[in-house]
Design a protein around this ligand. Structure first.
Ligand code: ADP
Ligand code: MG
Length: 344
């Protein structure tokens, strides 16, 4: 079959397979490009420091539904999810640019609402909006944010440097954003059937907030710096904890073992998963959009992090041959599977 006739569906190789294919055909030519495609952010030599650059796009109907996502929250989230990628490199965010694709459904006031959220996030993370691009879109809203950050050269953390016997740590808790989405989707269905019903989501406030207004864990980045700890590897959890564990394992060429009874659970997340007939552990491992940090540290650094209130150790880095394992509460060893968020 000739090259023109061949057609591979993106779903066949998946998002990561597609990125690998793009990366394979590009070699970097500038010595200042220290790291290109493959980590949470690119790393560019800038003298004593490095510059970190990352882009994340949010598409209406894929990443958000404006029937329950206020535009102000969307603006905040679009910035926070980008800042999260700079945090994952152990860097400090400095500037952002924003590209907007807008259909004629959006008014000036709507755009201003979006930018109010952007401004809140810029204040929270001390970043400057320095530019962007505005264009029309045939349908819906597309938001693409690029963030630029900085780090001292020796402090940058990659996905690739986890070592056997390192301790695996996470911040916060998992599955909350997914459960928030479930709650919002359920209320939307109720509203469709009976528009007079006012949704009551007050009891799920934490979950809804996790979905609509996630926070990048810059607080933990500063805590680690104060504690004098440079993780051996780090990634932010956008697609699901298991999927991110796989990225660390693949790029570091190691195996991983995590313990079910060590996974940090928020009680409301757990209860809501049960209410929705979902397995809470599966939700924690595969729910997306928590924007927590997953990192590994040398055993010698354990004492420095053990008292950090929002950091939990969940397992250890193993030899590659040992594979990816979950030790269940009953002590059974089962293979860890990564479902991740599938866009294709
Ligand atoms: P994250 O989940 O941390 O945002 P992604 O999985 O989106 O990371 O991306 C992984 C890597 O692939 C990053 O280095 C990113 O810059 C790169 N990448 C993603 N999409 C493309 C693309 N269309 N072209 C070039 N590089 C890409
Ligand atoms: Mg990331």
């Amino acid at each position: 079959m000739s090259q023109e006739e061949k057609r591979t569906e993106i779903g066949e190789i998946g998002e990561f397979g597609l990125i690998d294919r793009i990366a394979e055909s590009f070699k970097t030519v500038n010595t200042s490009t220290l790291i290109g495609i493959g980590d949470d952010a690119a790393v560019i030599d800038a003298g004593e420091h490095v510059k970190l650059v990352s882009t994340d796009m949010l598409v209406e109907g894929v990443h958000f539904d404006l029937s329950y996502m206020p535009l102000e929250h969307l603006g905040y989230k679009a910035v926070a999810v980008n800042v999260s990628d700079i945090a994952a490199m152990n860097g400090i965010p400095k500037q952002i640019t924003i590209g907007l694709g807008l259909s004629n459904r959006f008014s000036v006031e709507a755009v201003e609402s979006f930018y109010r959220g952007v401004k809140f996030a810029c204040e929270d993370y001390a970043v400057d909006l320095i530019g962007g691009d505005t264009t029309s879109s045939p349908r819906g809203l597309i938001v693409s944010v690029t963030v630029i950050g900085e780090a001292a050269k020796e402090k940058v953390t990659y996905r690739k440097n986890a070592e056997v016997n390192d301790i695996i740590c996470v911040t916060g808790d998992f599955g909350g954003a997914l459960m928030g989405l479930q709650v919002l989707e359920r209320e939307k269905e109720v509203f469709k059937v009976n528009p007079d019903m006012q949704p009551d989501i007050s009891e799920y406030e934490y979950l809804v907030k996790r979905q609509l207004k996630p926070a990048a864990r810059m607080d933990v980045i500063y805590e680690l710096a104060d504690a004098g700890v440079i993780p051996t590897s780090m990634i932010d959890v956008s697609d699901g904890l298991a999927s991110e564990l796989f990225h660390i394992a693949k790029q570091s060429d190691v195996g991983i073992t995590i313990y079910e009874d060590k996974l940090p659970f928020d009680e409301l997340t757990y209860r809501t998963a049960v209410e929705f007939n979902l397995d809470p552990v599966t939700c924690a491992l595969n729910g997306g959009e928590d924007y927590e940090l997953l990192f590994t540290i040398s055993q010698s650094d354990f004492d420095k992090i053990k008292n950090l209130p929002d950091v939990t150790t969940i397992g250890f880095v193993d030899k590659k041959e040992s594979g990816h394992k979950l030790i269940t509460k009953t002590g059974k060893t089962v293979p860890l599977t990564a479902q991740g968020w599938k866009h294709f």
